[in-house]
Design a protein around this ligand. Structure first.
Ligand code: HH2
Length: 273
């Protein structure tokens, strides 16, 4: 999943793709480099970020979704939003998937909307809100709590009418988590995968990489570390990686496939456990 941040303030590329023209060109380049799907967002979720009103999110993402849908009729497009009104307009403009970092808890209408439109739905775990989530993340047992939360949100989506094959779960790396929490979740991913839904993970350019590998001049200097970790995640059975640098991650996927060629049973699976 290639990332298109149509924002002025995303942590790694804020401002680069704020206008439709560079954002659409970036989407085309990501697909040319091998992206299977694109995630378009108009609201940064970096620690400390404030909510962006739905009208402004739409002003940012809609022209990009319309342009990419016209240019790439066969590539699934995802909208990164917690707001049903944004998701609804994005789906009408050609998006296929809702990436909800609040797992349906910010806007109670979102799950029913996904069901009505037969959209795929990413349900992500997050503790707190982006404004405060990194101040004091706290868990008794982070792995058990995140799995229990995602299990219950998947049940809520099913009850709202979302088909099971349209649900994707995400542990929300960096969303209200310390380095120790993130590492525990990443090393125990098979327990989340065992719930039976495809699992999406986003580690690309995130702070845990700099915490592990040492400081770098810019977030893009973490692309190699992102791809190396991606190889490990794919061999653990992760199905979708949300990434900035597609070319390096295509190499990571090739290595993971060669290392671990057995499919896991999901259509999107590329790794083994
Ligand atoms: N991470 C970010 C944003 N959206 N969605 C899912 N499902 N999983 C993630 O891990 C995830 C996400 C943060 O990355 P980025 O979009 O590059 O930054 P920003 O939120 O500052 O725009």
């Amino acid at each position: 999943m290639g990332i298109i941040n149509v924002t002025p303030d995303s942590f790694s590329d804020g401002g680069r793709y704020l206008n439709p023209e560079p954002a659409i060109a970036h989407g085309l380049a990501l697909v040319a480099a091998g992206a299977d799907l694109l995630d378009i967002g108009g609201e940064s979720t970096r620690p400390g970020a404030q909510p962006v009103p739905p009208a402004l999110q739409l002003q940012r993402v809609l022209p990009v979704i319309v342009g990419l849908r016209a240019a790439l009729p066969h590539i699934p497009l995802s909208v990164d939003t917690t707001q049903a009104s944004v998701a609804e307009a994005a789906l009408a403009a050609g998006a296929n998937l809702i990436n909800d970092t609040a797992a349906g808890l910010d806007d109670p209408k979102l799950l029913a909307l996904a069901a009505r439109h037969e959209a795929s739905l990413v349900l992500m775990h997050r503790q707190g809100t982006p404004a405060t989530m990194q101040l004091d993340p706290h868990y008794q047992d982070v792995v058990a709590e995140v799995i229990e939360f995602l299990h219950s949100r998947a049940d809520a989506a099913l009850q709202a009418g979302v088909a099971p094959e349209r649900i994707i779960l995400d542990p929300g790396i960096g969303f209200g988590k310390t380095l120790a929490h993130n590492l525990a979740l990443l090393t125990h991913l098979p327990r989340l995968i065992a719930l039976g839904y495809p699992v999406l993970v986003g580690v690309s350019r995130k702070r845990l990489l700099a915490q592990l590998c040492g400081p770098v001049p810019t977030p893009a200097d973490l692309d190699a570390a992102s791809a190396m970790l991606a190889t490990l995640l794919l061999t653990s059975g992760v199905h979708i990686l949300r990434v900035h640098n597609i070319a390096l991650h295509v190499q990571a996927r090739t290595l993971a496939k060669a290392w671990c060629p057995e499919p896991t049973g999901h259509e999107t699976a590329v790794g083994c456990r």
